[in-house]
Write a protein that binds this ligand. Sequence first.
Ligand SMILES: *[C@@H]1O[C@H](CO)[C@@H](O)[C@H](O)[C@H]1NC(C)=O
Ligand SMILES: *[C@@H]1O[C@H](CO)[C@@H](O)[C@H](O)[C@H]1NC(C)=O
Length: 304
Amino acid sequence: MGKIHSLISILFYVLTASALALTKRAPTPGQLSQVTDFGSNPTNVGFYIYVPNNLSANPAIIVAIHYCTGTAQAYYSGSPYATYAETHNIIVIYPESPYDGKCWDVSSESSLTHNGGGNSNSIANMVEWTLAEYGADSTRVFVTGTSSGAMMTNVMAATYPSLFAAGIAYAGVPAGCFYSDSNQQNGWNSTCSQGQSISTPEHWADIARAMNPGYEGSRPKMQIYHGSEDATLFPQNYYETTKQWAGVFGYEYENPESVENDTPVANWDRTTWGDNLQGILANGVGHNVQLQGEEDLKWFGFTS
Ligand SMILES: *[C@@H]1O[C@H](CO)[C@@H](O)[C@H](O)[C@H]1NC(C)=O
Ligand SMILES: *[C@@H]1O[C@H](CO)[C@@H](O)[C@H](O)[C@H]1NC(C)=O
């Protein structure tokens, strides 16, 4: 009996100690860590962070947002951003969707509104927490994501334009395109996914601006990647998203500054409307557009 008792007390000790470690632990540099108490988080978005071992003053921040079915851990392992953190002094934030299918809420009024209490609000609060906790550089906060995470990248750029210096969306849709007329959270919008939400740059720009009404300050410069054979989020979404940001920045959509073929990859075409907008159409590529980490570093200004 004594043996069983001591086993039980050891077990009790281990459970208590690990519960304490889970609730009290600060982010551990050099590994993906969860942050549980970072401010208001009404929709219960998960907050994971990578703080480099080699952290120095004024770190930059990259928010890296996973695809549907993804997790913070999966995007941490499957994207290059943490590997750049050590050499470029970057803290990487990996939000995690609270929903079963692990898509983002880019459809409800709350998430499509500045300080509306939705997923976008929680992600903005993660950025604010990180800026304060690490004295990070508020002029170098960036956002990127894939698929549903790319939709959220466009939504973050529209709802929190003052937070971000630049964004990169890999295979998403325009901010507001997944709008749900029944105000569903985390809803799927087939009209948009199938490329049937087609409008003018001015109209898309109005939709983006309405997510933070009255805002007149600077906005993140945007880079939009999309595969020409995307059968999940039809390639029309490439044109609609680039129209949206062209409208916001006042570029003449039909008259870009340049089109470079085979850039940055053979068969991909890069269109530049101005300093604040580039689109890259990956010809022959489906929904899974390969992340271009070295190019991302350039767009974010870490390298030239
Ligand atoms: C540490 O960070 C600095 C920049 O913040 C970088 O120049 C240096 O290469 C980094 N060292 C290592 C070992 O990654
Ligand atoms: C889907 O989104 C479009 C805008 O892209 C909107 O007009 C339409 O009402 C939405 N459909 C549903 C079923 O919510």
